[in-house]
Design a binder for this molecule. Structure first.
Ligand SMILES: *[C@@H]1O[C@H](CO)[C@@H](O)[C@H](O)[C@H]1NC(C)=O
Ligand SMILES: *[C@@H]1O[C@H](CO)[C@@H](O)[C@H](O)[C@H]1NC(C)=O
Ligand SMILES: *[C@@H]1O[C@H](CO)[C@@H](O)[C@H](O)[C@H]1NC(C)=O
Length: 276
């Protein structure tokens, strides 16, 4: 009787061990599925393969006006006719969400708008990439913020701001407690109250303008890009706080730069020379 129990215990234990050795495959599969794409260049879900993951993502591989790009000084055309950025933002209720590949600050219903060449684009959300996605003369910076705007007929315009390590960025300082709270979460929204997008400082009137795409799948094209010329500063700690959202091994969420394919890049510079 005693011997039989030992035998039963042994068999039971063996069965459990067997189950455990079969099912980890399933649970790690779920973890994999948590993100349909990643930034690991060696992965099957990495940037070079995004266009093969879903048919609707094919622009990521086959598009001809993809973002980000290198803003190479020698191919930039300096102009003054684009005009100052015409933005009228307003403080609005915001939520923060860890999307797994980045942290996004969303303004439900928009937070004012930006006017470009006859079209009004409503500010929808802001998110961060580290290191920067765009480069200037091949140089990558520590962080890039994307302020994403959409017109009533679905056209997208993004304002990008690049940061190098230095003094703290005051906007990120103002929301750092909230950022800390969502860092460990997944996909859940956290209301953060009224956030004023005018506190996201640009500090320059100069900007690059070109036509590109979303830098994450589905890599939709015809996005009007405005990249602020001035590189601002953040602390290492602020960059780290935004980076914890990215769970894959690559630990970055910057897409590699994409071919220019003959596109024009303009650098707007105001005519009054004392301005920078
Ligand atoms: C902001 O959202 C909260 C709920 O998340 C709501 O109680 C509050 O009334 C909103 N405030 C404004 C100004 O819309
Ligand atoms: C600025 O945008 C507003 C609408 O948001 C528009 O009425 C106005 O004409 C624009 N100004 C310029 C100089 O484009
Ligand atoms: C403004 O839009 C018009 C037509 O929509 C286009 O022909 C023109 O090139 C645009 N100008 C700029 C500076 O983008």
């Amino acid at each position: 009787m005693g011997k039989l129990s030992v035998c039963q215990v042994f068999l039971f234990t063996f069965f459990i061990v067997l189950l455990v050795s079969i099912f980890p495959a399933t649970s790690s599969q779920e973890v994999e599925d948590e993100k349909e794409f990643n930034y690991d260049v060696h992965s099957e879900k990495g940037p070079a393969r995004w266009g093969e993951i879903h048919h609707e993502w094919s622009a990521c591989s086959h598009g001809s006006m993809q973002s980000p790009i290198d803003l190479l000084n020698q191919r930039v055309q300096i102009v003054s006719h684009l005009g100052r950025l015409n933005r009228s933002y307003k403080p609005s209720n915001g939520t923060l969400r860890n999307r797994g590949h980045d942290i996004m600050l969303n303004w439900e219903g928009g937070a004012g708008s930006m006017h470009i060449n006859g079209t009004d684009y409503v500010l929808q959300q802001c998110h961060w990439h580290s290191p920067s996605e765009h480069t200037i003369n091949g140089r990558r910076f520590a962080l890039e913020a994307h302020m994403v705007h959409e017109s009533s007929d679905g056209k997208v315009a993004v304002v990008g701001i690049m940061y190098t390590i230095g003094r703290p960025d005051s906007f990120l300082s103002s929301i750092s407690d909230h950022l800390q709270e969502v860092a460990g979460t997944k996909e859940e929204e956290k209301a953060v109250g009224i956030v004023d997008p005018r506190q996201i400082k640009i500090g320059s009137r100069k900007y690059y303008r070109y036509i590109g795409s979303l830098t994450v799948p589905p890599c939709t094209e015809n996005v009007v890009w405005t990249m602020v010329r001035k590189v601002r500063t953040v602390t290492r700690r602020q960059v780290r706080l935004l980076r914890v959202a990215v769970h894959d091994d690559s630990n970055t969420n910057a897409r590699p730069t994409q071919p220019i394919n003959g596109r024009h890049v303009k650098l707007y510079r105001p005519q009054d020379r004392e301005d920078n």
